[in-house]
Design a protein around this ligand. Sequence first.
Ligand code: ADP
Ligand code: ASP
Ligand code: MG
Length: 412
Amino acid sequence: MPVLVMKFGGTSVATLDRIRRAAKRVGVEVAKGYDVIVIVSAMSGKTNELVGWVNETSPLFDAREYDAVVSSGENVTAGLMALTLQEMDVPARSWQGWQVPVRTTSAHSSARIEEIPPANIMAKFDEGMRVAVVAGFQGVSPEGRITTLGRGGSDTTAVAFAASFGAERCDIYTDVDGVYTTDPRITNKARKLDRISFEEMLELASLGAKVLQTRSVELAMRYKVRLRVLSSFEEQSDTAGTLVCDEEEIMESNVVAGVAYSRDEAKMTLVSVADRPGIAASIFSALSVGGVNVDMIVQNISEEGRTDMTFSCPTDQVKRAEKAMDEAKTAGVINFHELIADTDVAKVSVVGIGMRSHTGVAAKMFECLSAEGINIKVITTSEIKISVLIDRKYMELAVQALHDAFELEKAA
Ligand code: ADP
Ligand code: ASP
Ligand code: MG
């Protein structure tokens, strides 16, 4: 029988009532003749609570134990969903990641899925089980320990199952009815897109639009998974929501597809470093060894053989960046006057494949921000996106103004 993957996020399984509602949706697909793999998140708020408990118990925690604690939220919902389906006379069974097994790397708290052998679940489908309910976000390392896939990781579990089982589609049920031109919580002018290309979705996700985890879009693109985002709160047809698909499947697209933002950015400036060959290599290899994910980089003009180097990184990595730079200074690898951390910044980006063939997007973006009196601190661009770092207090205003400037309320 054809296989369908259906993923329900935290708000869609937040109460027993919502689990029942989700189970009914699953029942509809079973009645159509699908064998269904249901991927569930923890009940809304649960993962945050578990992360909080870990931090309170041990601020510099052992990531293996973080995973042991934080993965548990999904186990509860998987069991409850299987029970709910059984109550509806649908043959269902729950599976934790290790039971499938979902084999991952051993990078605890941000592991990557390496392999999902379908044999165990397939054997159960052959015996008459109609729904496998799998706890999302978790897997098992080569050492046999529980791993988690990073926040929002159940999306990636879902796409990886769809790829491994050759599913007809991977439906992501969430609290919005699709992918919008920007986060609908920031402006009510945001419009739902019927389709969005993998490439644009990948950029929007990696620039902060948390509706899909970045890695899930990467996997869908690589394995050609038909990925759909839709609401678990409304009755759904087979074409509801947003389809994430190849560029060729989209008839006409706007120059700019959407606006994304990320609140948790910090701007770090190394003041007065020697301007000589190899200096950037020394700074950024020290940061990489220190586990800092550097995003934007700017080198300022040089004066009398010295220059300032600015980079951005997530706010929760500022301490690590400071430590890495201090250690490199003490070891004599680099020399600088001071390291200034500005943690009150946010990143706002516009994304669109139309930028490849249209000029003037950057000019329009900068004019729009200037008209609102918003100062740009750092700029980066790629073929299909432009990102700026600005003061965090202007973040919402910038997103709304850019949404207006690019007339995204007219998108569909
Ligand atoms: P789930 O718990 O179902 O995984 P998430 O909270 O992870 O749901 O993701 C859904 C949220 O993503 C929405 O409630 C919305 O606020 C946010 N979001 C951010 N950018 C977008 C966008 N461009 N389109 C739709 N939702 C977005
Ligand atoms: N429960 C996990 C989280 O909140 C994974 C997920 O929901 O996708 O990050
Ligand atoms: Mg999510």
